[in-house]
Design a protein around this ligand. Structure first.
Ligand SMILES: NC(=O)c1ccc[n+]([C@@H]2O[C@H](COP(=O)([O-])OP(=O)(O)OC[C@H]3O[C@@H](n4cnc5c(N)ncnc54)[C@H](OP(=O)(O)O)[C@@H]3O)[C@@H](O)[C@H]2O)c1
Length: 346
């Protein structure tokens, strides 16, 4: 197989996106690739992609930015990039050899030639599902861990609220909160998701935000004494309602604002005065600032997975052809759990 030229199916971004992304903004193309790292490509390695991760932040990379941001926009006509789990087929990099399994920033294609190893981790633990490295053992897992424990500074007995609670990050935050001895409530956008929060992830309460006419009143029902920690995944109207229900000295780790990602004009927040009167600490964070804690996180999470003390729900679609619709589904709440795409089994 090594050195052979093969076809390489790829998902390409056709043009920059305004508003909600559509499947027609992307196309599946076939190109060719030689399954060998070129001689002059030092520190390069060639990957066979197995699992690809669909993540909300990818929407930001589909927009042409006129000012610098934390991550570059995608290149038109090139494969979309995202986190994935891959197998090394050939390597001229000292840290990786053929046969190694890795996770990191790869292309939405069958095979990728990687020229920068910066964002790759070698997978050492293979007695857990490999797909977990797109979720609980990858970037979303680290996000939940850093955002809840490092930014949220939880204490036993805290009253915790999580939005987008059944997703890749939220389902873990809720379970971490329970492990810490907190009371935890989650919101999600369907009855099935709400049921999952209570039956599978152990949330004390959960509600469907789409069915609540008055979010402020709903939060008042579940938090009569107020919220100590709000793990913010969505922004917009939910943030405004939460601000009205926070307790004195509450914490708001701001992980994401998915309700705003496709709006041409972001909504404003109306209830910010509560930050002052209740001395609330609202802090945005990026998981990239916390990867030094990854070994510590693995030490905590692997035993919890193996002992069945933590659950992880994935939403799996098969085939690169179905990747665009899976990615877009995130912005309509179609995913139940961590959304990923299987490109190949091994
Ligand atoms: N700061 C960081 O470093 C970092 C890293 C990773 C992720 N994030 C952020 O964390 C958040 C969750 O990410 P994830 O990977 O766990 O995604 P996810 O929850 O698995 O999927 C996205 C979910 O967001 C909800 N949603 C979509 N549009 C919405 C809207 N207009 N209003 C309210 N909810 C909406 C949907 O669930 P419902 O059915 O419940 O509406 C959807 O299933 C995102 O905001 C993401 O950008 C931040």
């Amino acid at each position: 197989m090594a050195g052979e030229e093969v076809s390489n199916k790829q998902v390409i971004l056709k043009h920059y996106v305004v508003g909600f992304p559509k499947e027609s903004d992307m196309e599946v193309k076939i190109s060719n690739i030689t399954l060998k790292v070129p001689q002059d490509c030092n520190n390069c390695f060639l990957l066979k992609n197995l699992h690809l991760s669909c993540d909300p932040y990818m929407r930001g990379r589909m927009t042409k930015h006129d000012r610098p941001t934390y991550v570059d926009c995608f290149k038109i006509g090139s494969p979309i990039m995202g986190f994935g789990v891959s197998k090394v087929l050939d390597s001229r990099h000292p840290n990786f050899k053929a046969g190694d399994l890795v996770w990191g920033m790869t292309g939405w294609e069958e095979y990728s030639l990687i020229t920068s190893s910066q964002s790759f981790y070698k997978i050492e633990h293979t007695d857990v599902p490999l797909s977990y490295y797109t979720g609980i053992l990858g970037m979303p897992g680290m996000t939940a861990y850093a955002g809840f424990y490092e930014v949220g500074s939880p204490k036993k007995g805290d009253r915790v609220f999580v939005s987008a609670a059944s997703g890749a990050v939220g389902q873990l935050v809720g379970q971490f909160a329970k492990l810490t001895g907190c009371y935890v409530v989650g919101s999600a956008g369907s009855k099935d998701k709400v049921d999952l929060l209570k039956s599978k992830f152990g949330f004390d309460e959960a509600f469907n935000y789409k069915e609540e006419e008055d979010l402020d009143a709903a939060l008042g029902r579940y938090f009569p004494e107020g919220i100590d920690i709000y793990f913010e995944n969505v922004g917009g109207k939910m943030l405004d309602a939460v601000l009205m229900n926070m307790r004195l000295h509450g914490q708001i780790p701001v992980c994401g604002l998915i309700s705003q990602y496709n709006l041409e004009q972001p909504e404003g927040a109306h209830n910010l005065l509560n930050l002052i009167t209740k001395r609330i600490r609202m802090e945005g964070f990026l998981v990239t600032d916390y990867y030094h804690l990854y070994p510590k996180y693995l030490e905590m999470i692997l035993p919890l997975i193996k002992e069945g003390k933590i659950s992880y729900v994935e939403d799996v679609v098969e085939g690169l052809e179905n990747a665009p619709s899976a990615l877009i589904g995130l912005y309509y709440g179609r995913n139940v759990g961590k959304q990923l795409v299987v490109v190949a089994r091994d």
